[in-house]
Design a protein around this ligand. Structure first.
Ligand code: GUN
Length: 282
């Protein structure tokens, strides 16, 4: 019987812990960590994400600011705001909500954020997130690793399969798994024999955006399954990249969709902000 990894409960525990940590930080270092989110334009999904980030940042006690800029903002105007925040010693984390309007070069914007304030972990991606570089890891990949660790099972030496090679999840989570000494396979849309490979995996991270592509018969008994997918099934119901009903009885552990990785990503954004703060005050 698969055991459910309850992302919502794990995130709630992290928020409690971080709230206490922020209180102690203020006593010890004389200020609270600051997170500033910039949103350009009116994209409705982005508005919801940013609102969620703001609510949770405040819940933990961060100094949280959202800068809302109009759709017609020029790239230079946005870069000037980022430059001001880079120089502001009360701001530990800067996040520019993506997508930005088409007339703005996303890469130029990402590159403009000071690496030590890059709570998205985009800089770390280029360096492989080694401790030497000191950058934080991106939120969703970090959430995956945290969820695996809550099972109490080791990652070291295990065969971890990442399904999906995207820049935001697949590639960085594969790097994080390597850092944890897993043996890592990355599968993608051109992979042959996905089932055969999957059946040899002790850990599967599904981040490909294809509803229910991993089914129960592709799962090794006892495997840890982390589902990053958020899709709609044929009935319009929210589902992951893993066919939960068939995989759950085979798996050792499995994250549900919704309620698995999703609730963890903003918790990890705030964790990243605290980690950036600690580097600033120490
Ligand atoms: N928009 C959707 N996901 C993300 C994310 O992880 N970071 C940023 N900056 N924007 C996003």
């Amino acid at each position: 019987m698969g055991k459910i990894i309850d992302g919502k409960a794990i995130a709630a525990g992290l928020y409690d812990q971080m709230r206490q940590e922020v209180e102690q930080m203020e006593v010890q270092y004389g200020r609270r960590p600051g997170l500033t989110v910039i949103i350009v334009g009116e994209d409705p999904a982005s508005q919801v994400y940013v609102r969620n980030k703001e609510v949770n940042a405040k819940k933990v006690g961060l100094v949280s600011e959202v800068i809302r800029m109009p759709e017609q903002t020029t790239q230079d105007e946005l870069l000037a705001v980022i430059a001001r925040l880079n120089a502001d010693t009360t701001v530990d984390g800067i996040l520019v909500q993506l997508p930005v309007p088409k007339h703005i070069d996303k890469d130029a914007v990402i590159a403009a954020v000071a690496p030590d304030k890059d709570v998205d972990g985009f800089f770390g991606m280029k360096s492989g997130f080694t401790l030497k570089h000191g950058y934080v890891a991106p939120c969703t990949p970090r959430a995956c690793i945290h969820l695996i660790k809550t099972t109490g099972e080791t990652i070291e030496g295990k065969h971890a399969l990442v399904v999906g090679r995207g820049e935001l999840v697949g590639k960085p989570v594969a790097t994080l798994l390597l850092n944890e000494n897993a043996t890592v396979t990355i599968a993608h849309s051109r992979t042959r024999n996905l089932g055969e490979i999957a059946r040899t995996a002790d850990i599967i991270i599904a981040a490909v955006g294809k509803p229910k592509i991993i089914t129960g018969e592709m799962v090794k008994p006892g495997a840890i399954l982390i589902d990053v997918g958020i899709n709609r099934d044929e009935n319009g119901k929210l589902c992951g990249d893993i066919a939960f009903d068939s995989a759950e009885p085979v798996a050792g552990w499995i994250t549900p969709v919704p309620g698995g990785v999703g609730p963890m990503t903003i918790a990890m954004l705030i964790r990243n902000t605290l980690d950036c703060y600690l580097k600033h005050v120490k």
